[in-house]
Design a protein around this ligand. Structure first.
Ligand SMILES: Nc1ncnc2c1ncn2[C@@H]1O[C@H](COP(=O)(O)OP(=O)(O)OP(=O)(O)O)[C@@H](O)[C@H]1O
Ligand code: SF4
Ligand SMILES: [Mg+2]
Length: 368
C-alpha cells in the first residue's frame, strides 16, 4: 500500500483562451492520507476549484493538465483513460459542488437521481438501489426519506438539497470526498449544520475529505491540515493552529485580517488591498508581490521557495529566508559548502566576506 491515499505533485493546469493561456494552477503539491481532512483556502480565482477539478479530471473543454501528477494509492491517474477515470469518480473520489440546484437535475425525482448514482457504480438491482437511497438519506439527516425520494429538487429547501448531494456523493462510499464550497449558498445556521454533518459522516465512514473554501474561519475546526493558495500556488500549509496563530506568509496574514472572529469583534475587518493577479501573465517572482506591503526586490524576480518554518508548517515567503541568517552562519561554522548553505537558507558570503541574501529560486517554488 502506498504511503499516501492521494499525492498531488507539481500539478499545473491551464486553459486556452482567445487572450492566451490562463495558468490557473502553477505547481501545486500536497498529500492526503486516509481519514484525514485537508482544507484548501484562498480568495476567489486562486485556483482552488481548478485543483479539485484537475484531480477528478472534470475540467472545462479548454482546460488541460499541463504538468505534474495526481497519484491515487500510488498510481498516477493523470495517465488513466476515460473508462478508468469514470470508475475513479464516484467510487474512489466524489465531489459536492457549491450550488446543489445546478448539480441536481430538476426533471428527475431525488430518488431517481440517487438510485442512478448508486447503480452507475455498483451492481445493485433497482430494488437494492432504492433501499440504499433511503438508507443514505436517513444517514444525512433528511427527514421522511421514503417521501423525499418521490420529490423533485425544487420541492426541497437549500439545506435539504445539499444533504441530498452529500448522500449522492457518499452513496458509493468513496475513499475521498471533495467538498467545493459546500455551504456557501446556504444561510449561516444551515451552513453550521451541514459542516457538522460532514464531520460526523467523516468519523462514521472514515473517508478523507478535501474542503475547498474561501472562508478560513468556516473550516478551521475540522481540518487536520490547511493549505493556503494564491495565484494557483501554495503559499503556506500547516495545522489550523499554526495557520491561525502563527501565519508565515503575508497573504495568509491578509486573509486572517479579513475574516471576522470573536476575539476581534471590535476591530475593523481589512480586506486585502489590490486585485488578484492576472493569470494570463504570471509575474516572475512572488504572485502576491504587487499587493504585499513587505515586498522586497527579491520578491519581484524570484518565486519564493517553500521552506519548513515549524514542525507541521511550511511557507513560501522570502521573509522566512531572511530570518535564516543565523542558520547560515551555523552551517558555515560546521563546514558546509557555500552552495549548500545558499540552497538551504538563501544566504551566501560575497567576495568581501559579508553575508548577502541571494536565494537560489526554483521555478514553481513548491518542494515537498
Ligand atoms: N474554463 C476556463 N477558461 C479560462 N479560465 C478559467 C476557466 N476555468 C477557470 N478559469 C480561471 O482559473 C482561475 C482559477 O479558477 P478557480 O475556479 O479555481 O478559482 P477558485 O479559487 O475556485 O475561486 P472561487 O472562490 O471563486 O470559486 C480563475 O481565474 C478562472 O477565471
Ligand atoms: S515573498 Fe515577498 S512579496 Fe511574497 S508575500 Fe513574502 S514578502 Fe510579500
Ligand atoms: Mg471555486
Amino acid at each position: 500500500m502506498s504511503e499516501h491515499l492521494l499525492s498531488v505533485k507539481d500539478l499545473r493546469t491551464s486553459f486556452t483562451t482567445d487572450n492566451g493561456e490562463v495558468h490557473a494552477v502553477n505547481g501545486v503539491s500536497f498529500n492526503l492520507d486516509r481519514g484525514k481532512v485537508l482544507g484548501i483556502v484562498g480568495e476567489s480565482g486562486s485556483g482552488k476549484s481548478v485543483t479539485a477539478y484537475s484531480i477528478m479530471q472534470i475540467l472545462a473543454d479548454n482546460g488541460r493538465i499541463a504538468g505534474g501528477s495526481v497519484e491515487y494509492n500510488g498510481e498516477d491517474i493523470t495517465k488513466w483513460n476515460s473508462r478508468q477515470m469514470s470508475g475513479f469518480r464516484g467510487k474512489c473520489c466524489s465531489i459536492i459542488f457549491q450550488d446543489p440546484m445546478t448539480s441536481l437535475n430538476p426533471v428527475f425525482t431525488i430518488g431517481n437521481q440517487l438510485e442512478e448514482a448508486i447503480r452507475l457504480h455498483t451492481n445493485k438491482t433497482r430494488a437494492e438501489a432504492k433501499a440504499r437511497a433511503i438508507e443514505m438519506l436517513t444517514l444525512v439527516g433528511v427527514n421522511e426519506p421514503a417521501k423525499r425520494v418521490k420529490q423533485y429538487p425544487y420541492e426541497l429547501s437549500g439545506g435539504m438539497r445539499q444533504r441530498v448531494m452529500i448522500a449522492m456523493a457518499l452513496a458509493c462510499e468513496p475513499d475521498i470526498l471533495i467538498a467545493d464550497e459546500p455551504t456557501t449558498a446556504l444561510d449561516v445556521t444551515i451552513q453550521a449544520q451541514i459542516l457538522e454533518l460532514m464531520q460526523d459522516l467523516q468519523k462514521k465512514l472514515g473517508m478523507a475529505i478535501i474542503m475547498v473554501t474561501h472562508d478560513l474561519g468556516v473550516i478551521a475546526t475540522m481540518c487536520d491540515e490547511i493549505i493556503v493558495m494564491y495565484g494557483g500556488r501554495v503559499c503556506e500549509r500547516g495545522t489550523a493552529d499554526e495557520i491561525f496563530y502563527n501565519p508565515r506568509h503575508e497573504y495568509t496574514k491578509g486573509l486572517l485580517r479579513s475574516i471576522p472572529s470573536v476575539e476581534r469583534m471590535k476591530e475593523r475587518l481589512v480586506p486585502i488591498a489590490g486585485n488578484p493577479i492576472n493569470l494570463l501573465n504570471m509575474p516572475a517572482g512572488c504572485a502576491f508581490c504587487a499587493r504585499c506591503d513587505r515586498a522586497m526586490k527579491v520578491c519581484l524576480d524570484h518565486v519564493p521557495v517553500e521552506r519548513q518554518v515549524g514542525a507541521d508548517h511550511r511557507a513560501a515567503c522570502w521573509l522566512n529566508d531572511l530570518a535564516l541568517k543565523d542558520e547560515a552562519e551555523q552551517r558555515a561554522a560546521a563546514g558546509e559548502s557555500a552552495g549548500a548553505i545558499q540552497a538551504a537558507t538563501g544566504w551566501v558570503k560575497n567576495q568581501s566576506g559579508e553575508w548577502v541574501f541571494d536565494p537560489v529560486a526554483e521555478e514553481g517554488g513548491a518542494e515537498q
